[in-house]
Design a protein around this ligand. Structure first.
Ligand code: PGA
Length: 252
């Protein structure tokens, strides 16, 4: 049985005052998550601040990026996997479409970061997903396969025992357009099938979150699909009531 897992991706949002009020809300509502695993990924600069304010013992911490380089050194502006671990984080979001599109991160670089994260004892949340143009051109499966296979090539199929996957159709991120539960389920099943070609047990065990305009109103329907094991939540993770309502839908 896979545990449902909901993670909040705060992206580049927040100030000390806003975070204090958000975390106060999360602390108060955390029991609503029931059996679901919950993590929040604030901007790295605020991780320590969040961790000091967070009293809900069932909410874990993550970040939104790490350096590709495995050891610390002369990499101005970068944050290493070891530093993230040292600060008490367990998760790191990697390969998010915003990093792929805006910062031109390649499949190769993302695979290296996944490898670095695993070696540091972090759990990567590996994001994959197609653009609307790719979907309409019938390239959905080849895009997802290329993104996943680049990581298999680097860390091997066994690496997927330590990876969480997030399927995030790019056209659904921050747009208010959610994939229907049937559309999402179809791709989740495709991803699991892709991994099953390498190893059935690993494919059955891997958590695959859905991400892209998940809201309290659509979470339950999405999470009821057999291959959807929770969500990666952007906008709605900035509102304590909404985020915990989504966690509640996962934890039922
Ligand atoms: P959204 O973002 O929930 O605001 O669509 C999801 C994500 O980018 O992880």
């Amino acid at each position: 049985m896979r545990q449902m897992f909901v993670a909040g991706n705060w992206k580049m949002h927040g100030s000390k005052a806003e975070i204090k009020s958000l975390v106060t809300g999360l602390n108060a509502l955390s029991s609503r998550a029931g059996n679901a695993k919950v993590a929040i990924c604030p901007p790295a600069l605020y991780v320590d601040y969040v961790s000091r304010s967070l009293s809900a013992s069932n909410i874990e911490l993550g970040v939104q990026n790490i350096a590709e380089e495995p050891v610390q050194g002369a990499y101005t502006g970068e944050i290493s996997a070891e530093m993230v671990k040292d600060l008490g984080c367990q998760f790191v979001i990697l390969g998010h479409s915003e990093r792929r599109a805006i910062y031109k991160e390649s499949d190769f670089e993302i695979a290296n970061k996944v490898d670095t994260a695993i070696k540091a004892g972090l759990t990567p949340i590996l994001c994959v997903g197609e653009t609307l143009e790719e979907r309409e051109a019938g390239e959905l499966e080849s895009v997802i396969s290329t993104q996943i296979n680049a990581v298999v090539e680097k860390v091997g199929i066994n690496g997927f025992k330590k990876i969480v996957i997030a399927y995030e159709p790019v056209w659904a991120i921050g747009t208010g357009k959610t994939a229907t539960s049937a559309q999402a389920q179809e791709v989740h099943a495709f991803i699991r099938g892709l991994l099953a070609d390498y190893d059935t047990d690993i494919a059955n065990g891997v958590i695959i979150q859905y991400g892209g305009s998940v809201k309290p109103a659509n979470a339950k329907e999405l999470f009821s699909q057999p291959d959807i094991d929770g969500g990666l939540i952007g906008g709605a993770s900035l509102v304590a009531e909404d985020f915990m309502a989504i966690c509640e839908a996962a934890g039922e």
